[in-house]
Design a protein around this ligand. Structure first.
Ligand SMILES: *[C@@H]1O[C@H](CO)[C@@H](O)[C@H](O)[C@H]1NC(C)=O
Ligand SMILES: [Zn+2]
Length: 461
């Protein structure tokens, strides 16, 4: 199966010329010209709105699963008039023309790649400047440029970092990452970040990159807080754990979510890598889908996505080595800080108290640091948002032994959703760094002893 897909795609892309990388299936790019995105209020009764949309016979795509207050729907041009004529739905427009929003979103990435080629300088040289001036965060970027940016981060921190790999994707891309350490390292307990498991969540990569940059430059500059963090923990940062999906979201379909593995039967593609983890897999019918065409398709068996196998092996090797102190799976959108359990809505981990306090400090500090007063909602993921089976944070906690295990859903709360304008990148990145400084400062805290920093932080807000 894999070989024939590969051959077909090689032949097809040879015919199409150099515009498509040889590993991509020969799908023509999906156009969202004239598509509108609506936020439909559900007012706590989502099934009524869902039934209304279903009865109308309209074809639409839904962006969010947390439908208690609203459903965000993408409606094709031919259906817009019928949607607006439905009546009795309360809604507002998120994207007037999704195609135009997507085009505007990517302008900077294309301009950057072009400039890099024309300037004739090496990627590393250019990125070195960008690490210094921060201009990287003014636009989104192409996958190959992201790889160069990480090479440049490593080059800026040669004696305290290495480029690492968690195996290969279905289409044989390297799942690369960077490992950072401080004095007397490596070998300290691990902080493990996974980014971009869902391909269309483009804000994730620049946020993870910004945090990496702050760690590298902060350590180099002797920033006390950063030195203290990196002298206590090693960081293992994987910005693209679903590289095939991310590339596909750039070349072909901006709204692609899953990996690019073909279904066992039928014509649908993609497993949801974040429903494919071993712990809790297939344990709750509300937590994932068995339908290969679903956005939350869990796979035919636990860990049958190659990306998942590589990431799990890496997680287990950290567990059996220095141990995992903090795991974060980075997503968008909705502004949530979530922790186990996801697979059951009524099950609470013994660590829930300290996780709640930590998330509450993160949320307060992010809000107070932000000119937009960005507010994160926090809680156990199953009860706060919705059930998820085979999701990374449950697995990282139960199997990986992570002391703290979070999902962070970045901005926004639904003005733009997945297609967040580039002007918003820097603010989200800066706020996220504020949040990370809080959680990293609290990792070794004795909670609820009446004396530690957890008490002090509360006093300040
Ligand atoms: C890295 O270590 C080497 C060998 O000890 C040293 O010569 C070099 O200056 C160090 N580089 C940095 C950037 O600290
Ligand atoms: Zn996601």
């Amino acid at each position: 199966m894999k070989l024939s897909v590969l051959l077909t795609s090689l032949l097809a892309s040879a015919a199409a010329g150099a515009a498509v990388t040889p590993r991509e299936e020969q799908d023509s790019p999906v156009s969202y010209a004239g598509f509108k995105v609506f936020r439909v209020a559900t007012n706590g009764r989502p099934s009524r709105v869902e039934a209304r949309l279903a009865d109308s016979g309209l074809v639409y795509e839904q962006w969010n699963d947390d439908v208690a207050t609203h459903i965000d729907v993408v409606v094709a041009p031919g259906n817009v008039a019928a949607f607006e004529a439905l009546g009795s739905l309360s809604y507002r427009v998120m994207h007037e023309d999704l195609g135009a929003s997507i085009a505007a979103e990517s302008e900077g990435a294309h301009a950057f790649s072009l400039m890099k080629r024309q300037a004739g300088v090496s990627g590393e040289e250019l990125h070195k400047r960008q690490i210094e001036d921060g201009s990287w965060f003014d636009s989104y970027h192409n996958y190959e440029d992201h790889i160069d940016y990480f090479r440049a981060l490593h080059a800026a921190f040669p004696n305290n970092s290495e480029i690492i790999s968690a195996g290969r994707s279905y289409q044989d891309r390297n799942i690369f990452g960077i490992h950072l350490w401080g004095a007397d390292g490596p070998g300290k307990p691990a902080v493990l970040y996974h980014g971009t498991v869902h391909a269309r969540e483009w804000i994730v990569a620049p946020v993870v990159e910004y945090i990496t940059r702050q760690l590298v430059t902060g350590y180099n500059d002797g920033n006390e807080d950063v030195v203290s963090i990196l002298d206590r923990y090693d960081f293992f940062i994987f910005p693209f754990v679903n590289p095939d999906g991310f590339v596909y979201s750039q070349t072909t379909n901006r709204l692609w979510r899953k990996n690019r593995q073909p279904a066992p039967t039928g014509t649908c593609f993609g497993r949801d890598i974040n429903r494919n983890w071993v712990f809790g897999w297939d344990s709750n019918p509300r937590g994932a889908s068995r339908n290969p065409c679903s956005e939350t398709y869990q796979g035919e068996a636990a860990s049958d996505a190659p990306e998942n196998r590589g990431l799990d092996a890496y997680l287990r090797s950290l567990r059996d080595g220095p141990g995992v102190k903090l795991f974060i799976d980075w997503h968008s959108y909705g502004q949530y800080i979530l922790y186990p359990f996801g697979y059951a809505e009524t099950l609470y981990a013994p660590e829930q108290g300290k996780w709640t306090r930590t998330a509450s400090f993160m949320s307060q500090y992010i809000r107070d640091s932000s000119s937009r007063r960005t507010t994160y909602t926090f809680g156990a993921s199953g009860s706060t948002l919705y059930a998820t089976t085979g999701a990374a944070p449950d697995h990282a906690y139960v199997i990986g032994g992570a002391d703290f295990s979070f999902t962070i859903e970045l901005s926004d709360t639904g003005d733009y959703g997945f297609v967040l304008p580039p002007e918003r990148i820097r603010g989200v990145a800066e706020e996220s760094w504020v949040g990370q400084q809080i959680v990293l400062a609290l990792l070794d805290e004795e909670f609820f002893d009446g004396v530690g920093p957890a008490q002090l932080y509360q006093g300040q807000t």
